[in-house]
Write a protein that binds this ligand. Structure first.
Ligand SMILES: O=P(O)(O)OC[C@H]1O[C@H](O[C@H]2O[C@H](CO)[C@@H](O)[C@H](O)[C@H]2O)[C@H](O)[C@@H](O)[C@@H]1O
Length: 283
């Protein structure tokens, strides 16, 4: 009997630059960096942040890639401890090297040291935390605050009209954040009140430099991922090929979808892409 082998077909980026980035990753995976967003990319968007578990197959794909690419990272707005709890990454058997950059690069964890590094929160966070109950007293039912220690997130997904709720709350929240040295950053049915000067672009650039990466793949689904997409453009200009991937859904901002070299159908499509990469890398 002859043994049959097959390889999953490679994705087709819609831009030449994205094609070059993907080719570089597949040609020299040991020098490649894959940086993935969590919510909306590895995990479907759900009503409660604490319910956001990885999409089926995501952890298996991550485990495989962690052993086959030079650097595998999750760059997320989540705190590292929340992400570890949601994914169980610490307990994954046979995990290679995985780096998690939490809170837009403020926090770091890696599977070798298993230690979280995290700066003290800015003093403004405590002031905003203290002021929020009063400011949100008349907010629409379903408005909730996620306290990330370094930042506070006002969620309106469970309000009857989330967009109207956000529109009504955003001006006062923005003023409050700025009064206390924070910035108000938009996300999917949320406004994040967080330290300025940290974004996924800076986190990605530092990681590429620290790891000596020679190609990058970045995937995301929200405004917070745009700086990382911009960083990929800058890296390309500096001679490091890269590909940007949008995990699509009706909530994805047009500007992110349009900027992407490859658009996949949400976390399910993202897992398929990771499986294809793994297959192509001999996983
Ligand atoms: O950078 P990410 O990993 O995408 O994290 C960004 C924010 O995601 C979370 O909120 C989003 O996902 C929730 C769960 O699916 C959803 O309920 C919410 O509407 C989304 O905006 C998270 O709660 C935030 O802390 C992250 O900063």
């Amino acid at each position: 009997m002859t043994e049959s082998t097959h390889s999953l077909s490679a994705p087709a980026p819609r831009t030449p630059a994205g094609g070059a980035g993907l080719a570089a990753l597949l040609t020299a995976p040991d020098r490649a960096l894959i940086a993935l967003d969590y919510d909306g990319t590895l995990s479907p968007i759900v009503a409660r942040p604490s319910d956001a578990v990885p999409a089926p197959g995501a952890l298996e794909a991550l485990r495989g890639l962690s052993r086959r690419v030079g650097t595998l990272a999750i760059i997320t707005g989540r705190p590292v401890d929340a992400l570890l709890e949601l994914t169980g990454a610490e307990k994954l058997p046979d995990l290679g090297e995985l780096i998690i950059l939490g809170q837009y690069g403020l926090q770091r964890w890696d599977s070798r040291s298993r230690e979280i590094t995290s700066p003290d929160p800015l003093p403004g966070v405590a002031a905003v935390r203290a002021a929020l109950p009063d400011l949100l007293r008349d907010a629409p039912p379903g408005t909730v605050v996620e306290d990330k220690h370094q930042a506070l997130v006002v969620h309106v997904r469970r309000a009857a009209d989330p967009d109207a709720a956000l529109g009504a709350l955003a001006p006062a929240l923005t003023t409050l954040a700025e009064e206390h040295g924070l910035e108000a950053a938009p996300g999917k049915k949320v406004l994040e009140l967080r330290p300025p000067g940290h974004d996924k672009g800076g986190a990605l650039r530092e990681l590429v430099a620290a790891r000596g990466a020679r190609s990058v793949l970045v995937a995301g689904d929200d405004y917070g991922d745009l700086p990382a997409f911009t960083a990929v453009d800058e890296l390309r200009a500096a001679g490091i090929p890269g590909i940007t991937v949008c995990s699509d859904s009706p909530e994805v901002p047009d500007v992110l979808r349009e900027a992407a070299d490859l658009v996949v159908p949400g976390p399910t499509g993202m897992v398929t892409l990771l499986e294809v990469l793994l297959d192509r890398l001999g996983g």
